[in-house]
Design a protein around this ligand. Structure first.
Ligand SMILES: [Zn+2]
Length: 354
């Protein structure tokens, strides 16, 4: 059935879904858009014309066309307008990436992260944004997503705690940046962003563990991130009852085995050895809970994965038996920022008002 819409029905939902379709196809004709959306020709035309007028898309004659008659036109996302920014704020560095709505990179930023207290860290973040807005002035950038380490309330945009910054408590980071730069800002857990950069490539349910001084976890269910404040806190789940004492007061938490593996940037091989079984138990339990058969491992400890990869796979196999779990080790430090930019592009398209 055709969905007939008048101008008054040119809701942002329709505009966003048309733009999503153009983005996922890369290039597309008006005819295909009408077919794929089920919009009437008139409805599609109104939306496409408006998207063109507001410079979200470009439309050009198909240079590859060799047939006779009228040369068909091809619609693409405009690569010169409407940019978004993804940032990754973590203990060791500040990264940012500006992309167009298709995710094409325009510029990348990296700075070491040195701070003694909350004010210094906040200054660093603001300086990074100032730099970006000097390079992309005016309203070129409308949406930013910040991937951040530490505890947070992502929905409220509050960073509750940041590793290594004692007086960083309940910082309304999105409000601060929104006011200062007049853009939409969204806060995300960095494991969610890393997972988002990967979830397009894999089907089914996917888990991610970011392992450094602690363990962060993210879950995607059929390509959609699982969200909720205070969930997936895997670091203090009990893996070895009455095991090693943990900083949280319990004994035998996963974190108690992970934390001593790296000390001041140096790897402790004995501690790594003791961490393998608890990690295998965690992976086994979580893949069972979330019915996942693929797991991504990332974070500082994973850059030493050659030390424990084989043993971890063996331990995991002992637990899982015939069930196969695909483990991917990745130490690509740019994944969080890439995922943040992709989420920002999605957000920008969802928020479109014509
Ligand atoms: Zn604990």
């Amino acid at each position: 059935m055709k969905k007939y819409i008048g101008l008054e029905d040119m809701s942002h939902v329709n505009c966003s879904s048309v733009l999503h379709i153009i983005r996922s196809h890369g290039e597309i004709s008006r005819k295909q858009i009408a077919e794929l959306t089920g919009l009437s020709w008139g409805g599609m035309t109104k939306i496409v014309n408006k998207l063109f007028e507001k410079e979200y898309i470009t439309e050009e004659k198909d240079s590859a066309f060799t047939g006779s008659g009228r040369i068909p036109k091809i619609i693409r996302i405009n690569e010169k307008k409407h940019f978004v920014v993804g940032t990754d704020i973590n203990r060791s560095g500040l990264r940012a990436c500006v992309t167009d709505l298709s995710g094409n990179k325009k510029q990348e930023y990296f700075e070491e992260n040195c701070y003694k207290n909350k004010n210094e860290l906040l200054d660093r973040i603001i300086q990074l944004f100032e730099k970006i807005f000097r390079d992309f002035p005016g309203d070129t950038i409308q949406t930013a997503v910040i991937a951040m380490q530490g505890k947070m309330n992502a929905q409220k945009g509050i960073s509750i705690h940041f590793p290594g910054c004692a007086d960083w408590r309940d910082v309304p980071i999105t409000d601060i940046l929104k006011k200062r730069f007049q853009i939409d800002v969204q806060l995300e857990h960095d494991p969610d962003c890393i997972l988002f950069s990967e979830s397009g490539k894999k089907k089914g349910n996917l888990l991610l563990f970011r392992i450094d001084q602690s363990v962060g976890m993210a879950v995607s269910i059929d390509g959609k991130p699982l969200k909720g404040t205070g969930i997936l806190e895997v670091a203090h789940t009990l893996v070895i009852p009455n095991g090693k004492p943990c900083e949280c007061g319990l004994s035998g938490c996963l974190e108690a085995y992970v934390r001593p593996c790296i000390n001041h940037g140096k790897i402790n091989k004995q501690m790594v050895g003791e961490m393998i079984y608890p990690l295998a138990v965690t992976i086994f339990n979580m893949t069972s809970v979330f019915h996942a058969d693929a797991v991504i491992l990332t974070g500082d400890l994973i850059s030493f994965h050659s030390l424990f990869e084989k043993k971890l796979i063996t331990e995991l196999q002992k637990l899982t038996g015939n069930k196969k779990i695909e483990l991917t080790f990745t130490d690509d430090v740019k994944k969080a920022v890439k995922g943040a930019a992709l989420i920002a592009a999605e957000q920008a398209i969802n928020a479109i008002r014509l």
